[in-house]
Design a protein around this ligand. Structure first.
Ligand code: BG6
Length: 409
């Protein structure tokens, strides 16, 4: 039996993504599941599951009410979980980082960290290098590396996984996957939505931390990593790829804010960026000299996440992460490829990212999860931009909702 303890079961992420993902997993036959939500207050479980579209889980879900700061209550939780020898426990923290620090310590002190326990944690992993280090180190006081599953759901998106797989399988790709053939790497995550009521969170976060530091840096790592032999190699190769990236130069970064943002968050002096574009460069032999642009923004004209390699021949190699997952492969590459490139195309069987994340954690497949080294290196690369942007609003470009990236740049 897999027992899943969900801290933050009533939260936004849980309702929108986690419970629906678990519902699908359950309906697809993974019925050896028990879900124990943890909450400070009483919860109407049937109503919560109904709202989340996860009513199939009603017979296997209960909520344990407790004071998250009280060590005694964790002993009560442990008793309630009642872990048997052949059970396997996953603890999922979908809570703000400050709360997560305390919860991990109290879980550890209550002995909920034995070898049959896995800990899944969500971003934000800190808000800068120092806070991330403190956060990540605190986990390792009570859990060893093999037990910790740090989530970046972009790594679990279908085309991101296909890219990793194709990098393993396709030897022809290696001929063009370098600075001899590639002129520019551009990764964009354009969103149509604004901040959707997450005012306090977003005011402290901004686009650089929210999308670039984690999601886009991880996609970049998949592009720049050396050819993996197997999926198990991927995390350490991603990490090595990030270690080769030069610390960012703030004069090559640009930020923007959508016009109604200040009013929305009721802060007339807010400098928080809802759009960010950073230029990076790798020092690896394979990628040196190729400009890399990571671009993201909210309240833009459309939802589009894609990896775009402009080749020196002038043709584009595009991997569309979402929506309409797919690839555009220049004919000149198709002509010489050994056939494996076709495997990068999406499949109709594919499961949504959070479903993948849960299944990978249940099955102990760690290649979809992020190492501490990657997170820290990513903060280190972006630190000069964070520092420059924290000082004042110089260069903050105000844009109209629905703008295109090209217009803002
Ligand atoms: C989250 C960010 O991590 O990713 C959100 O906090 C963003 O601001 C979301 O909207 C985008 O994820 P997806 O899967 O919808 O592209």
């Amino acid at each position: 039996m897999t027992k899943l303890v969900l801290f933050g079961i009533t939260g936004d992420l849980s309702r929108r993504k986690l419970l629906p993902a678990l519902n699908n997993i359950f309906e697809n036959g993974r019925t050896d599941l028990e879900i124990i939500g943890v909450s400070r207050r009483e919860v109407d479980v049937a109503a919560l599951l109904g709202e989340a579209g996860a009513s199939a889980l009603s017979n296997i879900t209960r909520v344990f009410t407790m004071d998250l700061s009280n060590g005694e209550d964790y002993l009560g939780l442990k008793k309630d979980i009642n872990l048997q020898n052949d059970d396997h426990l996953i603890i999922y923290l979908s809570v703000p980082p400050d709360a997560a620090l305390e919860i991990v310590e109290l879980l550890g002190k209550a002995g909920l960290n034995t070898q049959n326990v896995k800990l899944m944690i969500e971003k934000p992993f800190g808000s800068d290098f120092d806070s991330a280090k403190e956060f990540l180190d605190s986990m390792t006081r009570y859990y060893n590396e093999s037990q910790i599953y740090r989530i970046d759901h972009y790594l679990a998106k279908e085309m991101a996984q296909n890219l990793a797989a194709i990098r393993i399988d396709d030897s022809f790709l290696d001929n063009i996957w370098n600075n001899h053939s590639v002129k520019e790497v551009k990764i964009i995550a354009s969103e149509e939505i604004g901040i959707e009521g997450r005012n306090t969170f977003y005011e402290q976060t901004g686009a650089l931390r929210d999308l670039i530091q984690g999601h886009l840096m991880e996609l970049l790592a998949l592009v720049l990593m050396d050819k993996p032999k197997s999926l198990e190699d991927v995390p350490k190769l991603r990490s090595a790829a990030l270690n080769n990236i030069k610390i960012a130069n703030p004069s090559k970064a640009m930020r923007g804010q959508y016009e109604t943002y200040k009013e929305e968050v009721q802060n007339t002096s807010s400098n928080t960026e809802t759009f960010a574009c950073v230029e990076l460069e790798s020092e690896s032999n394979l990628w040196q000299g190729v400009p890399i642009h990571l671009i993201t923004g909210k309240a833009l004209d459309k939802k589009l996440t894609q990896i775009h390699l402009t080749l020196k021949s002038g043709k584009d190699f595009v991997i569309r992460i979402q929506p309409n997952e797919g690839v555009e492969i220049p004919q000149e590459i198709k002509d010489f490829d050994d056939g494996n490139l076709e495997d990068i195309a999406p499949s109709s069987q594919f499961k949504e990212a959070y479903e993948q994340v849960f299944l990978a954690a249940i099955n102990g497949q760690k290649s979809l999860f992020v190492t501490s080294g990657e997170i820290l290196q990513s903060w280190k690369i972006l630190a000069p931009i964070q520092e420059a942007w924290a000082k004042d609003a110089a260069g903050l470009k105000i844009y109209k909702e629905g703008s295109t990236i090209d217009y803002i740049l």
